[in-house]
Design a protein around this ligand. Structure first.
Ligand SMILES: Cc1ncc(COP(=O)(O)O)c(C=O)c1O
Length: 361
């Protein structure tokens, strides 16, 4: 039998490593490794789960009309230019699948979200990593790296795992300076944590080469349900819909996402609580000699003096039932990404890091 070979690029993929959820031998754990909402999801969303249970024998509708209408009302966007997916990951996958292939280049940045190079390899394209400036996306460096092969530029804003942001003017300059035919993906997974920020929607309206992606996994507290969406020109959405499976979202996913997006009071409360606890945690760690950049998201990137110190701290935190995220795979080996938990979680992690700094192992 002849050798069975996967498509070009597939074997280049380094498997995505998710945040750990358990520590062997420790029962009372606090998971601060996946940027989840420590308060869960809204009660209204939970009620929608129960109600949707009555319709499980029905196929879901294929056009997501009701969910798109709700998103469009809440965010004041054209419903015809919205596409929904299984997490924003699926929207990112559609974009790679539709707009890049062998011989094309996909740009992402030095500490960018680890799915970007995976998506490029998965479609046989070449991922091109561009340096950042002090953990902030550098628009000039991206423009310098563009070639006539560049098809997609992925930027999360706020970024994961750094928590830093690029200003709207810089994003607009990037979008308008990209080579012809290249798309800027404005990944807005953490948009809702930034008061008054539109997540790039205005840029999508101004520039036909921009796609915004959003998720229900973070502030909405629905990571377990897998729902995301994208907003782009009608032409781009039409292209993306061609590769979308007709029943990609279940009856439950759609009903719950619709209820969740309409509960903006919950989103506001979570944004405020996050901002308060994020400031508290960043200050508490800074006082312990662990600085971080000002974060615009629901995590902070705690910087230690060396890789060894970061790893030793992570090991100690685990013994205390505290699970945070190592960022070695993001070229940030001396850092740990810590999700902003509720007050008890933040106090517990700050206390444990204090003990570690005092020599506890
Ligand atoms: C920057 C960024 N984009 C996209 C995602 C994917 O989120 P989801 O597929 O859950 O919507 C994440 C999740 O961690 C993320 O951090």
């Amino acid at each position: 039998m002849s050798r069975i070979e996967p498509q070009p690029g597939i074997m280049e993929i380094e498997l995505y490593v998710g945040g750990k959820a358990t520590v062997e031998g420790v029962s009372d754990v606090v998971k601060l490794s996946s940027n989840e909402n420590p308060y869960g999801c809204s009660d209204i969303a939970k009620e929608a789960v129960a109600k949707a249970g009555h319709n499980l024998h029905r196929y879901p509708n294929t056009d997501h009309a009701s969910l798109r209408a709700a998103i469009s009302e809440v965010h004041n966007l054209d419903a015809d230019r919205i596409i929904c997916g299984v997490g924003s990951d699926e929207i990112l996958q559609f974009i790679a699948q539709c707009f890049a292939g062998p011989g094309d280049e996909v740009i992402y940045t030095e500490h960018g979200f680890s799915m970007y190079p995976i998506l490029a390899h998965a479609v046989g394209a070449t991922p091109v990593k561009v340096a950042e400036r002090e953990r902030v996306v550098d628009v000039d460096a991206i423009l310098a790296a563009c070639t006539d092969k560049t098809k997609i530029v992925f930027i999360a804003n706020p970024a994961n795992p750094t928590g830093t942001m690029v200003g709207s003017n810089e994003m607009a300059r990037l979008a308008s300076s990209l080579p012809d035919g290249a798309i800027l993906v404005h990944d807005g997974a953490y948009t809702e944590y930034v008061e008054g920020f539109d997540g790039g929607a205005g840029l999508v309206d101004a520039q036909s080469n921009v796609i915004m992606t959003r998720t229900f996994s973070k502030i909405y507290g629905l990571g377990g349900l897998r729902i995301g969406w994208g907003y782009a020109s009608k032409d781009i959405v039409d292209v993306l819909n061609r590769v979308r499976q007709p029943f990609n979202l279940s009856v439950v996913q759609m009903a719950v996402a619709e209820a969740a997006v309409r509960d903006q009071a919950f989103v506001k409360k979570c944004r405020e609580d996050n901002a308060r606890m994020r400031a508290w945690l960043a200050e508490a760690l800074a006082e312990l000699g662990v600085p971080s950049d000002t974060s615009c998201a629901n995590f902070i990137l705690a910087r230690f003096s060396s890789r060894e110190e970061a790893e030793a701290c992570d090991d100690y935190l685990k013994t205390q039932g505290l699970i945070v995220r190592r960022t070695t795979g993001y070229d940030l080996a001396n850092c740990l990404r810590i999700t902003v938990g509720d007050e008890a979680g933040c106090r517990r992690v700050a206390h444990a890091i204090g003990k570690f700094k005092d020599g506890a192992r």
